[in-house]
Design a binder for this molecule. Structure first.
Ligand code: A2P
Length: 276
């Protein structure tokens, strides 16, 4: 039997700790994918304007048969819409595409420091939260210096920072900054885009528990207090990735996986230098 776990935001709202990522899930299959996930037990869907599937995601949430309040929906502002006017317009467009009464969490997708607009954009998210169509606001791919800057300039802390995080790239320094401010850490590409699934250390732990490598990696995230959003559009893997609430990794398992951390483990772009 599986049991949903939640983590508390500093603004009083809460987030289901395990969600479904839908990066690269086409708009045409998003609605049935989301209905399948919700039927499996997921209560948290993570999309973005850039994923080009908000319409299908919204349809999936509206037609899943559960009340809106039971599903947590995140979307994100794309980089070329940073700055107050563009942000307000982009939020309206995401809101309309999703077709929901409210959005649970709105994130700035990347700091894009080359654009010099993330502080102004953060101030706009603060306005949007006050207006009520979004319940919580946060950021994605922010480094400690970006976090410190928006907090210094506004006094408002994001509830969460969604970043690349998996056993090969564990982001320990960033997590210390999050802990200092009471910001939750959310992990994209938690499976290392599949690269970790045949790692010998992970496979050893998986064999010991008679689980799959993906289940062990997701369990490692949960036991580290991280919010985790594995992406899959395959029905069997959507189920597999949710069947993680009925076993526990022991200290030696956690140490074996923790030992995989590497300064060279990043798979995606570096937010300090990314210029998109
Ligand atoms: P698919 O959508 O066909 O299931 P990440 O979340 O780390 O970015 O990884 C996503 C990738 O891993 C996708 O290519 C996804 O493919 C694949 N994937 C997701 N869950 C599993 C799983 N349980 N076993 C193997 N591959 C998986």
């Amino acid at each position: 039997m599986t049991e949903q776990a939640f983590l508390e935001f500093h603004d009083g709202n809460r987030i289901p700790q395990l969600g479904l990522g839908v990066f690269k899930t086409g708009d045409d299959i998003a609605a049935p994918t989301i209905r399948k996930a919700i039927e499996t037990g997921y209560r948290h869907i993570d999309t973005a304007a850039m994923y080009d599937n908000e319409k299908g995601v919204g349809e999936g949430v509206r037609t899943c048969g559960l009340p809106r309040e039971e599903i947590f929906v995140t979307t994100k502002l794309w980089n070329d819409n940073q700055g107050r006017d563009k942000t307000l317009k982009a939020f309206d467009e995401s809101f309309k595409r999703l077709g929901l009464d409210y959005i649970d969490l709105y994130l700035i997708h990347w700091p894009a420091p080359n654009r010099g607009l993330y502080v102004e954009t953060w101030k706009t998210l603060i306005e949007l939260k006050a207006e009520g169509r979004v319940r919580s606001i946060g950021v994605s791919n922010f480094c400690p210096e970006h976090l410190e800057k928006i907090i210094d300039e506004t006094g408002v802390k994001p509830v969460i920072n969604q970043v690349e995080l998996h056993p090969l790239f564990q982001q320990k320094k960033l997590r210390e900054t999050h802990a200092k401010h009471g910001i939750l850490t959310e992990c994209w590409s938690p499976l290392g885009r599949g690269e970790l699934l045949d790692n010998p250390a992970i496979m050893g732990v998986a064999k010991k528990h008679d689980r799959t490598a993906a289940q062990v990696i997701i369990r490692w995230h949960l036991q580290n207090g991280l919010v985790v959003i594995p992406k899959s559009s395959n029905p069997e893997r959507i189920e597999e990735n949710f069947n993680v609430f009925d076993f526990i990794l022991d200290d030696s398992d956690m140490r074996a996986i923790g030992g995989l951390d590497s300064a060279l483990g990043r798979i995606g772009p570096d937010p300090m230098t990314a210029t998109f």
